[in-house]
Design a protein around this ligand. Structure first.
Ligand SMILES: Nc1ncnc2c1ncn2[C@@H]1O[C@H](COP(=O)(O)OP(=O)(O)OP(=O)(O)O)[C@@H](O)[C@H]1O
Ligand SMILES: Nc1ncnc2c1ncn2[C@@H]1O[C@H](COP(=O)(O)OP(=O)(O)OP(=O)(O)O)[C@@H](O)[C@H]1O
Ligand SMILES: [Mg+2]
Ligand SMILES: [Mg+2]
Lengths: 254, 254
């Protein structure tokens, strides 16, 4: 049974793409066949793995064109990790989807044609709750919500979880919040600890794994590499390995 | 002549809100009457100044309702700095604006009624190029584009500047890119220096002022304070003062 995991949060710069790439890679290294779908017009997951799309079909064609899942899927060069890349065309999809019938379910329909070939599908989302993120959430089994350990990031978490509730009630009853994931934790500051305590007290399903702030995570995408390929002995690589173990171990039915 | 400055970048978490709040405050402390408009449904500029809106009218009512500029403007408690606050209603505005006539010019029309009371208007945008950001850009004289000194942030700058060109050609001929602003610069890493050099070589109008990474900037909004009120002797406060001087000193007509 394929698990579709969406990485989403409307707050920007909280580590969605970094989590999608590195969790995907860690799950693939543990023997799972993983498909990473870049659903963000910024195409950071695509660039962060060093993928050049050229004029091949991409997520835009999957949602709005006639391309099938196998038409748009590309290898990444990492074992068992494939990608559906994004291009900047996807920026037009938000507006173009508005007029399409069953506009929230285009991703769900697109995945029906071939998803069983994968153990896990991971979808990276843009920092908004427009039709691209709604499409991903409608197709999802679970959602991981990266939350930066900073005050402003905390503000938006409540707003985002009420959006998840709306999607669950109106579009996708099976949608489960797997939990907030604390990111960019800086042990030198009390702010990080305060935000972490606050998130854990409001959301008991918060991941045990915490991703600390690490310059290596900022460097890895400029080499087109997941953190394990870039610096396998770094704490950041170990943290994403621990996250993969946690994701494989349990699924919170909250 | 009132200057309308928009702070925008579709990349998330690059310091848009932090720049809007602290540049606004620094300009107000230099004797300018400043209006800060929170055009992001996350309402981080509103929360970062400790403003509670209650059921007062907000940016949503300015764009979609019958509220005038003076109806929605509130004091911030800081001299000469007023705010048009945001609420989460604004999240619905993107979709609701789609069907409205002259949907890109709602902000321009709204500001016509009363903007001359201010020397400078600053508009904080969400991390996307939907109708909220397009409305802000259509009303703008100039745009400041915060760019985090990280690889992934660099990727999107080219995409964003082509969006600016589209807006200038189709909606607002007076729109000028005032320049990229380098943020979260970490002098301990070579990555920051590489990104900074790359941005300056592609965009000669990049601000001289660089905002270094500083925990104090992450802490200040949790107290509802601009950096100068929170820690006036901090390097971050000095950096935003220097930015204000630079903004007042020249306007690049690029
Ligand atoms: N734990 C970390 N420590 C340090 N830097 C990090 C960490 N995680 C991510 N980064 C860096 O921070 C920036 C933001 O991360 P990322 O792009 O993954 O966030 P995002 O939520 O996907 O952003 P967006 O909202 O624009 O999609 C990137 O430059 C990334 O390399
Ligand atoms: N120079 C800096 N050093 C350290 N932290 C910073 C700096 N500037 C901003 N921050 C913190 O980084 C986070 C992101 O900044 P901010 O929210 O201003 O970005 P943004 O571009 O407005 O995000 P969004 O795309 O979600 O609107 C915030 O928690 C903020 O407090
Ligand atoms: Mg991203
Ligand atoms: Mg912001």
């Amino acid at each position: 049974m394929t698990r579709t995991i969406v990485i989403a949060n409307q707050k920007g710069g909280v580590g969605k793409t970094t989590t999608a790439i590195n969790l995907g890679d860690a799950l693939a290294r543990r023997g799972n066949k993983v498909l990473l779908i870049d659903c963000d017009p910024q195409a950071n997951a695509t660039a962060g793995l060093g993928i050049s799309v050229g004029d091949r079909p991409s997520t835009y064609d999957l949602l709005l064109g006639d391309a099938s899942l196998s038409d748009v899927t590309m290898p990444t060069g990492f074992d068992r990790l494939s990608i559906v890349p994004a291009t900047s065309d996807l920026a037009g999809a938000e507006v173009e989807l508005t007029a399409v019938m069953a506009r929230e379910s285009r991703m769900t329909q697109a995945l029906e044609g071939g998803i069983e070939a994968y153990d896990i599908v991971i979808i990276d989302c843009p920092p908004s709750v427009g039709l691209l993120t709604i499409n991903a959430l409608t197709a999802a089994d679970e959602v991981i919500v990266p939350v930066q350990c900073e005050y402003l990031a905390l503000e938006g978490l409540g707003q985002f979880t009420s959006t998840l509730e709306l999607v669950r009630r109106n579009l996708n009853q099976k949608l489960r919040m797997r939990g907030p994931l604390l990111t960019m934790y800086d042990r030198r500051t009390t702010l990080s600890q305060q935000v972490a305590d606050e998130v854990r007290s409001h959301f008991p399903e918060t991941f045990q794994t915490v991703i600390a702030r690490s310059v290596r995570l900022g460097e890895a995408p400029s080499h087109g590499l997941p953190i394990h390929a870039y610096d396998p002995r770094s704490p950041a690589s170990a943290a994403y390995d621990a996250l993969a173990e946690e994701v494989l171990g349990t699924v919170t039915t909250v």
